[in-house]
Every structure is written in C-alpha cells, then in structure tokens.
Design a protein around this ligand. Structure first.
Ligand code: F6R
Length: 368
C-alpha cells in the first residue's frame, strides 16, 4: 500500500498536492464565493465573534500559528494560539463570543479533546478542523471543517499539516466573507492563489534531489531553524520533524529573536536552515532575514536557505539554496515546509531509522 515508495512518509509527502487540492474541492461556488454550509453554524453567530483561540498539539499547533497570521490579517479578529494542554489548565478568558478552533489530524488527541470540552463548558463555540471522519473531537464540536488529506499512516504528520493549513485559510476567508472584512474580489483572488498551490508543491517535491543529498551527508548533532512571520511556525515544524524522525537536537526560532539569545549557539559548522520571506512581500521583513543570514554566516554557520525563485539577494550568504515557487506570503508555508519534511525523512532513512514508526511515539495520543 506504499504505492512503490520506500516508506509511508515518502508516499504521504508525495500525496501533498492532492491533499491540498482535495481540501479545497467543493468549497466554492461558480461565483467564487466560499460555501461552507457544511459547518452548519449560524453566520450571525460568526459575526459576533470577538476573539478566536486556536487549540492543538504538535504539528497541528504549528498550523494554528500560521492560521493566526492569516485570520488576523483577513478578518481583523484577535487570534490566540495555544497548546491544548496549556489552555485546559489555566484560567483562559473565554466567553460566548469566543470561537475556539481545535485542529487535529486524528480527532482523538486527548489533550485537545479535553480542551474542547473545557471550552464548551465555558460557553465558547468550538469549530474543529479534523482529518479523521467519525472521530471524537468532531462529534463533540459545534461545527467541523474536515481536511481531505486521506488516511495518514506515518506517525509524523506531513500531508495532514498541509491540509490543516489549507482548511485554516478557507476558514479565515470564510470569516472575512461573512463579516465583510475583505471585498469579494479579494477573497476570490486568494482562493485562486490557493488553487495554484498544489502545482507549486509538486514542483518542490520533484525538485527535492539536492536537499536529499544534503540530508544524506549531514553528520551534525544539532540543527537550527530560523524563520520570521509565517516562516516562524515553519521553522518550529522543521525542527520538530527532525527531532521525532532523526532523534537529533533541533530548535526553531523566530529570526528576530536571534540577537536576544540564540545567536550564542552559532558556532563554526552548525547547520542553520533559514526560511526567507518573499522579497515581493513586506520589504522590511525580507531584508531583516537577509541580515540574519549574514550575521550567522559571519560566525561560521552553514546556511541552508529556503528562498523564493528569483530571490538573488540570498546568494552571497547561502551555502545552499533550496528554491520554492513564488507564492503570496501568507500561503508560503505550503511550499516552504516541504523541503524540511523531505530533509528529516531522508536524514532519518539514511541513518537506518524507521521513519514511519519513530521510537516512543504513537500516531494518536489518547492519554492526557
Ligand atoms: C508531529 C505529530 C504530532 C501531532 C500531534 C497532534 O509530526 O504528528 O505532533 O501533530 O500529536 O496530533 P493530532 O493532529 O492527531 O491531534
């Protein structure tokens, strides 16, 4: 059932363009409006929402981090992102006007389920973004937006993450549509951009030979990941993949945080992945990350740069560049995370590890 791939993880990475396309499918009408009637949630209620709290664990929580940037930008609603287990056991301020968005591939993660129950007890409405039909979290939510990634077998989440991002974008655009914070043609424009993403993801997967080669030769005991804006959760996700699959120490940082501490970790030869924001986006972001690359390179880091095609500004400071197709900044995690997934998968495979079943981990964590 691996369809000719070495591992389920290789297969599931290869399935990513389809997972994104399927999650978009059937959710717009011919006029280019979003039709999320499946939510069966009153539009009037969505107009009263004054705060969103995204709860999730692990990779799903990183999808939530990206959702925050998109939803705040499109809808002007404050969004908090919180690990489900931390949300559950503090006195979170929740009201009937709070929309809690729970993200889970399995729909069975106990930490997330307990947080869902807690949120509803406090009077919040809970909308879940879930991949597995018939699982517990959607049954206990007020509304569900399913991701259509298909079954995910490998323990480490890959295609489900991209589908979670996609569903979160759809939710953000839907809220913008219902609340009128974006013009219909702007929403239609983002939807068109989203529909162009599967082909771009395919380009990254097909162009993965160089990153696979780098992964096979990597002998470092520690790898760092830096990103800014939506590149920050991507950096954390890249680090998580490497920890769980290759058992290597890895950390993801917000690039702006570098000089507040982590730069002390930079020593000659240390590999550092840097996710560079689009030079066509907010210019200051791009140039700040370029300076970060310059700073760590000057201290001897081996810079592994993920940048947009045509961004020649990275060339003087990059030991390696992995190009991704041009995309709107908010949607860019759909392409920038892919080389990091390939990297972790290849490195672990080269070390003879079982990437589908990493030690000490289970596909769904059904205890708190
Ligand atoms: C990482 C990974 C985990 C899960 C987390 C939440 O690769 O798979 O971090 O993302 O355990 O699981 P779900 O999404 O099933 O709630």
């Amino acid at each position: 059932e691996k369809g000719g791939f070495r591992t389920f993880m290789d297969k599931e990475i290869n399935d990513e363009p389809q997972a994104v396309a399927d999650t978009l499918l059937g959710r717009t009408n011919t006029a280019g409006n979003l039709t999320l009637d499946e939510l069966r949630i009153d539009e009037a209620l969505l107009r009263t929402v004054d705060k969103i709290i995204v709860i999730a664990c692990g990779t799903a929580a990183y999808a939530g981090h990206v959702a925050k940037y998109a939803i705040e930008h499109w809808c002007r609603i404050p969004v908090e992102v919180e690990l489900a287990h931390e949300f559950r056991y503090r006195d979170a301020v929740v009201s009937e006007k709070t929309l809690v968005v729970a993200i889970s591939q399995s729909g069975e993660t106990m930490d997330t389920l307990m947080a869902v129950r807690h949120a509803r007890e406090q009077g919040a409405k809970v909308l879940s973004i879930v991949n597995t039909h018939g699982s517990t979290i959607p049954r206990e939510s007020d509304a569900v937006l399913y991701t259509h990634a298909g079954p995910e077998i490998a323990v480490a989440s890959t295609k489900a993450f991209l589908a979670q991002l996609t569903a979160a974008y759809l939710l953000g655009l839907y809220l913008a549509q219902v609340r009128g914070t974006k013009f219909p043609d702007e929403i239609a424009g983002v939807l068109a951009d989203l529909k162009a993403m599967p082909n771009k993801i395919r380009t990254v997967i097909d162009g993965g030979d160089r990153i696979r080669m780098i992964a096979r030769w990597m002998d470092s005991r520690s790898v760092l990941f830096l990103g800014r804006h939506v590149g920050f959760p991507v950096a954390m996700e890249g680090a998580l993949k490497l920890k769980e699959l290759a058992y290597i120490h890895a950390e993801g940082f917000a690039a702006g945080e570098l000089k507040h501490g982590p730069i002390a970790l930079i020593e000659p030869g240390i590999p550092v992945f840097v996710i560079v924001p689009s030079p066509r986006g907010r210019d200051s972001l791009h140039s700040k990350v370029i300076s970060n690359i310059q700073e760590i390179r000057a201290r001897g880091a081996r810079t592994l740069v993920i940048a947009e095609e045509g961004d020649d500004a990275v060339l003087p400071y990059a030991d390696e560049v992995f190009w991704v197709p041009q995309s709107p900044t908010l949607l860019s995690p759909l392409v920038t995370v892919v080389p990091l997934q390939i990297f972790a998968c290849e490195l672990a495979t080269a070390r003879g590890l079982d990437v589908d079943q990493p030690r000490n981990l289970a596909k769904s964590v059904t205890v708190e």
